[in-house]
Design a protein around this ligand. Structure first.
Ligand code: ADP
Length: 480
């Protein structure tokens, strides 16, 4: 039952430990149950016998004390009047311990000295009592001095053999022994069954942990009962469920990322092979091919930057948060995107209130506004409009980015924040999209304590609404 763990240390089985503790406890209880009642009944018998025999001896001694001196005849006369049947032996001696009267006639003790210790003690003036129990009988002896006119003239000695009370005690003892053996066996059986069930459930848990550790995240325990071990099993299942979803996300992320990276790489390979293999390519075509390689490389670079940003977000490294004036960041972003807007003949309308200050990472805020505004331009129609609004009310700063573009179908709205999700793959690829922009936006918004929602506009296009809790008033934002 003693096993060694992975480090070579001895592992104690819970079942064995429980078993030993209960065994010792039960052995102690059984021992107490078997000895204490016997000892107290024996003591009770001792004290009853003591009071009964001493009073009898005293009564007999006082009957004899009426005599001036004791002789065989006068003692026998007195003793015939006394009830001595309850004793097995009655002896009366004179002051020198010589036997004058003995109910055990056959012993031939008359005229001899009876030097029992009780008699010797009684002749010294003290009443004597002694009782012994040998497991099958009580043997009791009592002696009392016979005092006449202040002088000890003899002694009365009583002896009793009692097998009945001893048998009674032995019977109780035997019953207690049987009861306690049955109770101990039942208790040990109960402990065995209970610990077997408990350790069985713990072993199931340990086995499940090993299975999951090996990578089988589908494995679940079926919880039994309603105790702490059940709670542990449920927690384990929840944890495995989370591990499984995280693992699935991770796998999907890696496979999507490699798939996305493969497309521009394949284009680059194809273009470079074409250049290498064609012997007399004209300069114009060559330039066009090299330009395409550059565009693909740029796309790769953008994608890897976004992937790195997402990985940083996943590692939950806290970015430095500070007081950020969103209006300033929005103005800078609009300025950066003006060439793209002009290229598509799109007008950006800005309606930005002053004093919209949040506690956030400046870089995250820039990413949020940039990605939303860039999408509003990318997925817009030629000559369309983009509206950028910023308001603060009731402790909330609200940023709205609207466009009059192609819009997002209702059924795609719940998915657009997922990594690599693109409504129209062809269109997204045309405009250099990777399906990562909105995932980064959502991650950045949530990391800075905000929320984001996407809606279809009533007429055409899409509306994104980002809300942040406004920063407290305590430190005034430095305008400089
Ligand atoms: P991408 O890099 O492809 O633009 P995003 O995560 O930014 O990736 O967007 C996910 C998808 O959501 C896009 O592929 C596009 O189909 C859709 N989308 C995002 N913004 C808009 C918008 N303003 N109008 C229409 N569709 C949009």
């Amino acid at each position: 039952m003693l096993k060694k763990d992975q480090n070579g240390k001895i592992r104690y089985s819970v079942q064995l430990t429980f078993f030993i503790i209960y065994f010792l406890f039960i052995a102690l209880m059984t021992g107490l149950l078997n000895t204490y009642p016997t000892i107290s009944s024996r003591d009770a018998v001792f004290s009853t016998k003591q009071s009964m025999m001493l009073s009898q001896a005293t009564v007999m001694a006082s009957s004899l004390s009426a005599l001036e001196s004791l002789s065989g005849e006068n003692v026998t006369q007195v003793m015939e009047l006394v009830d001595i049947n309850s004793f097995d032996r009655v002896i009366v001696t004179d002051a020198n311990a010589m036997t004058l009267y003995d109910t055990t006639q056959t012993s031939g003790s008359l005229g001899r000295y009876a030097l029992f210790s009780e008699i010797v003690g009684a002749l010294r003036g003290q009443v004597q009592f002694f009782c012994s129990y040998d497991g099958s009988s009580f043997r009791s002896r009592a002696a009392s001095p016979v005092v006449s006119a202040g002088e000890i003239i003899g002694c009365v000695y009583l002896y009793e053999y009692d097998g009945i009370q001893a048998a009674y005690i032995m019977d109780i003892q035997a019953r207690l022994r049987s009861i306690s053996i049955i109770a101990a066996l039942l208790a040990l059986l109960a402990v065995y069954v209970f610990t077997k069930a408990l350790t069985g459930r713990i072993t199931d848990l340990v086995r499940a942990m090993r299975i999951v550790r090996e990578g089988n995240y589908d494995y679940r325990i079926s919880p039994r009962g309603r105790d702490e071990v059940t709670e542990l099993a449920q927690e384990f299942n929840d944890m495995t469920q989370r591990l499984q979803s995280t693992e699935e996300l991770r796998r999907r992320f890696v496979s999507d990322a490699s798939h996305e990276l493969r497309t521009p790489l394949a284009s680059i390979r194809l273009l470079s092979d074409s250049i290498a293999q064609s012997e007399n390519m004209d300069e114009g075509t060559m330039r066009e091919f090299v330009g395409d390689i550059g565009t693909e490389a740029e796309r790769l670079q953008r994608m890897t930057e976004k992937l790195m940003r997402l990985t940083r977000m996943d590692s939950s490294v806290q970015t430095q948060r500070e007081r950020v004036d969103i209006k300033r960041v929005a103005e800078k972003t609009v300025h950066m995107l003006t060439p793209l807007a002009q290229a598509r003949n799109i007008t950006i309308f800005s309606e930005l209130d002053e004093g919209c200050i949040v506690t956030a990472s400046q870089d995250d805020v820039h990413q949020i506004i940039f990605n939303l505004a860039e999408n509003a331009l990318k997925y817009n129609s030629f000559g369309g409009n983009v509206f950028l609004r910023l308001h603060a009310a009731e402790g909330t700063v609200k940023l709205t980015v609207e466009d009059t573009g192609i819009g997002i179908p209702e059924e795609d709205l719940p998915h657009i924040f997922s990594r690599f999700y693109r409504v129209d793959k062809a269109r997204s690829s045309d405009v250099g999209g990777s399906g990562l922009g909105l995932a980064i936006v959502k991650g950045a918004v949530e990391q800075n304590g905000g929320t984001i929602a996407a809606q279809r506009r009533e007429t055409v296009g899409t509306r994104f609404v980002v809300s942040f809790p406004a920063a407290g008033e305590e430190a005034e934002y430095d305008e400089a």
